[in-house]
Design a protein around this ligand. Structure first.
Ligand code: KG4
Length: 335
């Protein structure tokens, strides 16, 4: 089985091909729109749609012209959740390709792609994974913050999600207030390395036992803190502000994982999504897992942000949860 996957839910246009026999990705192309949206401080939906319609045919052309090109057995496409015009662009290209190559088209939930991405390295090594279920997953991206379980049949159950901003969104908006470029996670991580995580006492919403996340109060707390400071003071203490802000996000996420891990005793814990690239968060997740004696499955960095490889992988190992021949996209699809 050879799966060609297309991802275009937000601001990354991506195409990947997964070869089931060799268990490897033969093609992985990604075109980020970050530079296009940077001047606006966040993603502009209409622009994202136009950029996908420009970039996807170009990426498909690179695949078709490559030496290792082979006709796919299936096309997988992200059919939600995401920006309507961005998803529509991907679905149109995918439907054209499925018609051209006369192969089935499968709609894959973007969150399912992220949720299963920690299993990619195990599958590539052909490593048995049945003893890793029930699995507890934490997915932290620009648009989603989810804590969920997965059983051995890849059925997923959401335990907690955000009631307002996603953690990545809070990072991006906090970074913007501090004058850092979009996306804010990487520059904030870099500055935070030189800062003191205890310098500012930013709020952590909800106790670990409450099955909800919230990050909008944290954002407001940063805004009020900055209003109390002069510009030169903000510049002087920017690293401390970043470090304390990041630590508040980290505590809110990791303390809940620790609480649920204690209650449910999962046999593995996964960490995925763009924000899971953060070293502070990775370190704290490692600490929780070693304390609870549970294996930690970290999504490899190339598959943390939005990418088509995770969509191909989800179609390959969990296709039964996909939508056959999708004709519509679902901007508000849930895990
Ligand atoms: O998974 P992703 O591409 O999600 C969506 O597009 O929804 O993740 C993007 C998010 C952004 O909020 C970005 O700031 C954050 O991931 N991010 C990071 C890091 N790298 C990316 N956050 C913290 N530390 C990082 N190193």
């Amino acid at each position: 089985m050879r799966v060609l996957a297309i991802e275009s839910s937000c601001d990354e246009s991506a195409v990947a091909v997964l070869d089931g026999e060799s268990r490897c990705f033969t093609h992985e192309f990604i075109s980020s729109q970050a530079a296009v949206h940077r001047q606006f401080g966040g993603v502009v939906p209409d622009l994202a749609g136009k950029e996908h319609r420009r970039a996807l045919p170009e990426l498909i052309g690179r695949w078709q012209c490559s030496d290792s090109f082979a006709v796919p057995d299936m096309i997988a496409v992200t059919h939600g959740p995401g920006l309507a015009c961005a998803l529509g662009a991907g679905l149109d290209v995918a439907r054209e390709l499925a018609t051209f190559y006369q192969c089935p088209l499968l709609g894959i939930n973007h969150l399912q792609g992220h949720a299963l991405s920690p299993f990619i390295p195990l599958w590539q090594r052909n490593q048995p994974w049945s003893d890793l279920f029930p699995h507890l997953g934490l997915l932290v991206s620009g648009g989603n913050t989810l804590l969920f379980t997965i059983d051995e049949n890849f059925n997923k159950q959401v335990l907690a999600e955000t009631v307002d901003d996603a953690a990545g969104e809070a990072l991006d908006k906090g970074a913007r207030m501090l004058g850092l470029p979009y996306p804010g996670g990487p520059p904030m991580e870099e500055l935070a390395r030189e800062g003191n995580p205890k310098a500012y006492n930013f709020p952590r919403a909800f106790t670990p036992a409450v099955m909800k996340f919230s990050f909008s109060g944290l954002k407001t707390a940063l805004l009020y803190q900055l209003r109390k400071m002069q510009a030169d003071e903000i510049a002087q203490y920017k690293a401390d502000l970043c470090s304390s802000y990041l630590q508040a996000i980290c505590d809110a996420l990791v303390r809940k994982v620790d609480h649920v891990a204690k209650e449910l005793e999962p046999r593995s814990i996964g960490f995925s999504g763009g924000v899971s690239q953060n070293c502070v968060l990775r370190g704290e997740m490692e600490a929780v897992c070693s304390r609870r004696n549970v294996p930690l499955l970290l999504t490899p960095r190339p598959y943390c942000g939005d990418n088509a490889s995770m969509i191909a992988f989800a179609a390959m190992v969990d296709g039964c949860h996909g939508e056959k021949s999708p004709t519509r996209f679902h901007p508000k699809l849930r895990l």
